[in-house]
Design a protein around this ligand. Structure first.
Ligand code: NAD
Length: 356
């Protein structure tokens, strides 16, 4: 597909390709939609095999940010930056600062933050060149590690799903099978443990499993996690894990976790719906990170405000469930409907404003 065709297919506003010979920077910034506010989304640093692959990722991820921000009721649009580089061997101060100068030229249409391959420390380098950056470490006056609020948001979303599945939001005594015991899962687990849920976890990294054992959690092998006899399955590692191969193995009543793009395709959301499994759409449940970063924009970061907004994920998930029931559509589709309704209502207000 030609690039304009790719942009037109999902309504992207802008695609910027930047290059800096001195530092070796090659980056792409995609701005999907600024109806609700400046486009915000992390900068992914990844050794893409081709430019086309990097463009596709930037377009896909920036669109997802529009939906995440819209559904979370944030005054932000969707954007994403990708830097074509290996974050372990090619990330330098020069490269990050060159990137920061390009972000600055966009004049605030795009605000960047952390993503796969980029850290709070990297944001500090970018900050040397532009004010259009959030997710700085707390030591630099920023909102710090996003996974704290992401974990809280997943827990709140799980409770809303539990209320739908069992008529009661309590997770006491419920068994939660967690795939991936990294940063987000660990914060979610702490909330679950306070409520006396039973946790079964897996990971491909021994260090993560040791942490889980130290907390007294049951550990299973990675390929056993789908078939665990549990109430809630929480994907907290990879995308595409809900698919025709894994769905028949699931014994849960709820799927609710933090990983991005959990459904391999729309058909998998429909399959969960048909089976009566309540699915908490990924971008609704994992929006705590962007909610936290937004609390830093244009004012002093206030953790209480970020926490209070993250707790609203419970109510947002309830709205998604209500749309799903009313329209008889899977929750994944209902989440899209919620985000699109907000975007359309603001677009409508703008039209009225312009015509006056
Ligand atoms: P992380 O790297 O700290 O944790 C991921 C864990 O998953 C690691 O321990 C890894 O070893 C494990 N893992 C990888 N492949 C696995 C497999 N096949 N089976 C089992 N475990 C496997 O990352 P994180 O920050 O906790 O993010 C987890 C997920 O949540 C990612 O999909 C991320 O995109 C998403 N997410 C994170 C945030 C955030 O604030 N960090 C926000 C939104 C979404």
């Amino acid at each position: 597909m030609e690039i304009f065709e790719q942009m037109g297919a999902d309504g992207h506003e802008q695609l910027v390709m930047v290059s800096d010979a001195g530092s070796g920077l090659k980056a792409i910034i995609a701005i999907h939609d600024t109806t609700l506010g400046p486009a915000c989304g992390g900068t992914r640093i990844w050794p893409y095999k081709s430019e086309q692959e990097a463009i596709r990722d930037a377009l896909r991820l920036s669109r997802a940010m529009t939906y995440k921000a819209a559904a979370a009721d944030l005054p932000l649009g969707g954007g994403k930056g990708v830097i074509i580089a290996d974050s372990h061997t090619e990330k330098t101060e020069a490269l990050l600062r060159a990137y920061g100068r390009f972000v600055d030229t966009l004049g605030g249409r795009y605000l960047t933050t952390t993503d796969v391959g980029s850290t709070g420390r990297d944001m500090e380098y970018i900050k040397q060149e532009t004010d259009y950056v959030v997710g700085l470490p707390t030591t630099a006056g920023g909102s710090g590690d996003t996974s704290v609020m992401t974990g809280l948001g997943i827990y709140m979303g799980m409770k809303a799903c539990a209320r739908e599945a069992w008529g009661n939001e309590s997770l006491t005594g419920k068994t939660v099978a967690i795939q991936g015991f990294g940063k987000v899962a660990t914060h979610t687990a702490h909330h679950l443990m306070k409520e006396d849920a039973k946790l079964v976890v897996t990971d491909v990294y021994d260090g993560a499993l040791d942490r889980a054992r130290d907390l007294g959690l049951t550990v299973v092998k990675p390929d056993e996690i789908y078939g665990v006899d549990c109430d809630i399955f929480a994907p907290c590692a990879l995308g595409g894990v809900i698919n025709p191969e894994t769905i028949p193995q699931l014994k849960c009543k709820v799927v609710a976790g933090g990983a991005n793009n959990q459904l391999l395709s729309d058909a998998d959301g429909e399959a969960l719906h048909r089976l009566g499994i309540v699915y908490g759409p990924d971008y609704i449940l994992n929006s705590g990170g962007i909610i936290n970063a937004e609390a830093e924009i244009g004012r002093e970061y206030n953790p209480e405000r970020a926490r209070e907004k993250t707790e609203r994920i419970y109510g947002i998930m309830e709205k998604v469930i209500a749309i799903s029931k009313r329209e008889e559509i899977p929750t994944a589709k209902a989440a899209d409907r919620l985000a699109e309704d907000r975007l359309n209502s603001v677009r409508g207000i703008r039209q009225v404003y312009r015509s006056n």
